[in-house]
Ligand binder design. Sequence first.
Ligand code: HEC
Ligand code: HEC
Length: 331
Amino acid sequence: MRKFLSVLSLFVVTAIGSTMGMAQSVVAKDLRSFFTPLPALPPIPADNSLTPEKVKLGKMLYYDPRLSRSKLISCNTCHNLSIGGDDNQKTSIGHGWQAGPRNAPTTLNSGFLRVQFWDGRAPNLEKQAEGPLQAHVEMDSTPELIIKRLKEIPEYVELFKKAFPGEKDPVTFENVTKAIAAFERTLNTPNSPFNRYLLGDDNALTLEQKEGMKLFVKYGCIACHNGPVLSDGRFHKFKWNNDLGRYKVTKNPADKYNFRTPQLLNVAVTAPYFHDGSVNSLEKAIKIMAEKELGKKLSDDEAKKIKAFLESMTGEVPLEARVLPVLPEKK
Ligand code: HEC
Ligand code: HEC
């Protein structure tokens, strides 16, 4: 990683240095090569194919509060697809009105993340979904309770049969998580101005946003925030409060205060920021990043430009995912 960083920063310095003074369009053209456009779909795992039947079922489960013990809380409660795929709370409110310890990241484009959660404790979306369904401070359910409730609803049993053809008893906890993960892999926002710019539309970004992009590369934000969702999926030190981050998963002292780089797509609509949601202003979050991760103090003007750049990463949530499903009734 360190080697990659130094190679990269050398590259950044020469790239910026050599293009300095040239026409703005040339600089912008070169900067494009630091970024990766967002594909329409993330990688699909071999053991969980993406079929329309599974996505339809996964969407219903994502929105169904009856998966929670109280029958009040769904994935969409904290990952609301009408407001950026998160809940805009400092930390989430779950079962019994309890506040959890961490801020809810967005589910949008989450299929592109190398690992899930702030501390990367789940390797994929299927494993991730097992967490909130059972977490006491989230949905407080159990696999048995969920399966019992779903089997009482004949239409769900039919939908599971269609989504998992050939399985004798398809209403299983594993298939619940598979269907939800399949749906989540469709929650992508490739039509942002930023992505349109990367795909060749020079006018998709304002001049201010282009300047912000230049600073983002020049100062080295790109060293960690890179790839299709601007996350390297790796862990970096962010000593901020008592949360030990990755250490809680690995118990390796070197992992203390390490957190997985979050994605930056749609970041302008997912305040508040950081794993504890303690910062409301995006500009302030950018300044804190520059100072703590790069040892740089940004001027207000620089932070404003980078913020404008990050705003260009707000995309459109697919309409199909946002329209509330009609959920079937118990017979
Ligand atoms: C009570 C609020 C709440 C509910 C309900 C909830 N989540 Fe979350 N979700 C969170 C919080 C908080 C985190 C971050 C926790 C952490 O990293 O320790 C999170 C993390 C995630 C992530 C990881 C994203 C990333 O950037 O790493 C995904 C994906 C996700 N949730 C999907 C779901 C799904 C699917 C459901 C329904 C089965 C669900 N969540 C239910 C609050 C919630
Ligand atoms: C060394 C790696 C690294 C560098 C360099 C870096 N970041 Fe980050 N960034 C992270 C990590 C890790 C987090 C998560 C911090 C936490 O635990 O809350 C983060 C969080 C953020 C967040 C908050 C996202 C959210 O959803 O809460 C923003 C915004 C951000 N970074 C922007 C930037 C900008 C702009 C720069 C350059 C000035 C930058 N970062 C440089 C690793 C990095």
